[in-house]
Design a protein around this ligand. Structure first.
Ligand code: SAM
Ligand code: DTB
Ligand code: SF4
Length: 323
């Protein structure tokens, strides 16, 4: 029998120690923190190589969950319609185009609480076909039930994305329809199936610095930590409860990336949602602070992402190469 891997509990002493460390790092002078992060980064990665993933929303809108940041919740009025699942050929065409533009991973997202058995079948087919193109595959479909992670793995899935989103004690301010433990349970299923874990969170939702430390500590306490750690800046969408939240100062975002890099030295830290609203100089600082992955392509799930030509120009200006 496979060994069951138990993730650290939200309140364990190891998590608390990591949280104290994350907080102390966040409190450092900016230059000291970024220098430390870049030093750790160079010990583990080529500092000039950035991995690129392309996202596609395969099932958009109409989600029953109440995540306060999300334009796809049926409970908010962000103007995102409930659409049917995309047909297989459209998904494969989009993945092929992403590959031609230079993405190495294709991430398929669905606005579900979790997939029903009949929902999963067409997704398995998408995973098989995208995998055949020679791309790494990733899915983000919500909570998984017993056996579903194995089904995805057997279809050829490499990564499953499921975010903790924020610190445990702030979580209830943002989402009420599922709890933190539900998320940890899904992550445990993903890990036990042998899939690589993509797990991160969102900053700029009105949380405190201490709560940002809490999020990073939760991620770093996973054993092993997630292979991919997306750090999203809240994209404020009119009609969602979190629209109008005071924007996070840019230096605080860079600090969060730096602490993720230091506490998860061998993970890919992804500078994720929010780049459209972020000055390129700030993105450059994120790379300096140890971010080594981005979402690449004009769209995230429902909101915009920088144009490919613009990202290509940014890579050229910084001498970055695609991993
Ligand atoms: N429905 C599935 C779930 O929630 O697990 C998968 C898709 S969901 C849109 C994936 C992730 O996108 C969320 O966990 C959240 O971290 C991120 N996200 C959603 N809306 C966002 C926003 N407005 N700004 C930043 N990140 C966002
Ligand atoms: C992640 O952490 N960020 C991505 C991906 N995982 C699925 C999603 C960002 C969504 C931003 C809002 C939207 O475009 O709907
Ligand atoms: Fe639904 Fe996922 Fe959006 Fe939450 S984040 S409302 S679960 S699509």
């Amino acid at each position: 029998m496979d060994q069951i891997v138990h993730l650290a509990t939200p309140t364990g002493s190891r998590t608390q120690a990591l949280r104290d460390r994350a907080r102390a790092l966040l409190d450092l002078p900016f230059n000291d923190l970024v220098f430390q992060a870049q030093t750790v980064h160079r010990e583990n990665f080529d500092p000039n190589r950035i991995q690129r993933s392309t996202l596609l929303s395969i099932k958009t809108g109409g989600c029953p969950e109440d995540c306060g940041y999300c334009p796809q919740s049926a409970r908010h009025s962000a103007g995102v319609e409930n659409e049917a699942m995309l047909p297989l050929d459209e998904v494969v065409r989009t993945a092929q185009a992403a590959k031609e533009k230079g993405a190495t991973r294709f991430c398929m997202g669905a606005a579900w609480r979790g997939p029903k058995a009949r929902d999963l079948e067409p997704v398995l087919e998408m995973v098989r076909e995208v995998k055949k193109l020679g791309l790494e595959t990733c899915c983000t479909l919500g909570m998984l039930k017993e056996g579903q992670a194995e089904q995805l793995r057997d279809a050829g899935l490499d990564y499953y994305n499921h975010n903790l989103d924020t610190a445990p004690e702030f979580y209830g301010e943002v989402i009420t329809t599922r709890d933190y433990q539900d998320r940890l349970d899904t992550l445990e299923r993903v890990r036990n199936a042998g899939l690589s874990v993509c797990c991160g969170g969102i900053v700029g939702m009105g949380e405190s610095r201490d709560q940002r430390a809490g999020l990073i500590a939760q991620l770093a306490a996973m054993d092993p930590p997630p292979e991919s750690v997306p750090i999203n800046q809240l994209v404020q969408v009119e009609g969602t409860p979190l629209a109008g939240t005071e924007a996070l100062p840019w230096a605080e975002f860079v600090r969060t990336i730096a602490v993720a890099r230091i506490l998860m030295p061998t993970s890919f830290v992804r500078l994720s949602a929010g780049r459209t609203q972020m000055h390129e100089a700030v993105q450059a600082l994120c790379f300096l602070a140890g971010a080594n992955s981005i979402f690449y392509g004009e769209k995230l799930l429902t909101t915009g992402n920088p144009e490919v030509a613009r990202d290509d120009a940014l890579f050229a200006a910084l001498g970055l190469t695609a991993a």
